[in-house]
Write a protein that binds this ligand. Sequence first.
Ligand code: AMP
Ligand code: GLY
Length: 425
Amino acid sequence: MNILLLGGGGREHAFARSIVQSKLCSQLFIAPGNPGTAQHGKNVPLGVTDFEAIKKCCLENKIELVVVGPEDPLVQGIYDFFVADKELKNIFVIGPSRDAAQLEGSKAFAKEFMQRHKIPTAAYQSFDANSFEKGVEFIRTLNAPIVLKADGLAAGKGVLICNSMDEAEKEFKEMIHGKFGVASEKVVVEEFLHGIEMSVFILTDGVNYLLLPAAKDYKRIGEGDTGLNTGGMGAISPVPFADDVLMKKVVEQMIIPTIDGLQQDKLVYKGFIYFGLMIVNGEPFMIEYNCRMGDPETEAVLPRIESDLVDLFMGVAHEKLNEKKIVITDDYAATIVLTSGGYPEFFEKGKIIKEINSIKNSIVFHAGTIQQNNELLTSGGRVLAVTSLGKTLQEALKSSKASATKIQFDNKYFRSDIGFDVLQS
Ligand code: AMP
Ligand code: GLY
């Protein structure tokens, strides 16, 4: 079958690589894609939220399956768009309905869902301009650090961790007054959880689910988890501390109540769910839901899945995921993201990337690159993600570090300490 993949980052390069390995895939189209996805299919220059253009592309290319990488089209209702259109109704979309995508699109919605379905999470309340004074009062009942979250999508920037009550009050005021535009007209104020983070992923048809490999991502720009938050500087999979005891708790306390909750609330969900967890003294707490796979976690997770990914998607489409099995390698995966120096603040683009073709022991995923004439140039903050597999985490990290060192472009930066926290413990 012909497949359309939406998105153009490292996550989508990883998806493209796995999708074309499927015996069910005839031709893959990627919109808009990048020079990495172009190695596996045909890039089409479309915006991921331009639903009419996507429709045209699907009809012209006899697409039967649409796989959605980023959250924006999902939150804007691409699933519903396909279901509602007579010409598109035989095309399956891997992703949640617009209502279900609110699990990522609205932090307040997600917190209410967790509370309603008794899923452990940090104590919180949400406020808007009308309840501003109550918000300030609530902040004064908390101990620092205090977590403030813009309700809506804010390109990963809408969460502030305030180290004092004064800072929290000041930021809260700015957020309610539009610091993140409409996204922060409503603000979730919550207690800070001290623990270690990890991400768990499932693929669900709304009734059944398959547990994907767990991962841990590294969001801060600096070594030792310091400095500004980024889209993600690296990831490892599996997570060494996620033993059977912890995963049993995650399944019983998070995954099953989420699937049951979606059904009770009549939220149609046929796609990936990303559970962002904080493990506090061995107990899992939900930090956030994402209605998609993570980036760069996908680049560490997908290379470990040996099953035919498109076959699993068919299980989702036909609500027969219970008949599918997921096979995962025991090997470790370690992903290191190469960024343009200065990211996540100011950085320059257009630097020539060299030595990428000499990499033998890692998979090199493109995130922010552009092909110009015969040269590959940087075109974003996160430029490449290198993933290596190894019998141990140390071995996988060593290969990825060697590859990250070998690839050259001006002002290249990467964290050489990915995995440091789990290797210490
Ligand atoms: P989110 O967008 O909700 O994932 O938040 C971004 C990051 O902020 C998370 O990955 C955590 O590192 C941190 N964070 C969010 N909520 C909390 C919390 N309640 N306690 C501690 N850290 C948090
Ligand atoms: N790596 C974090 C995310 O994809 O949201």
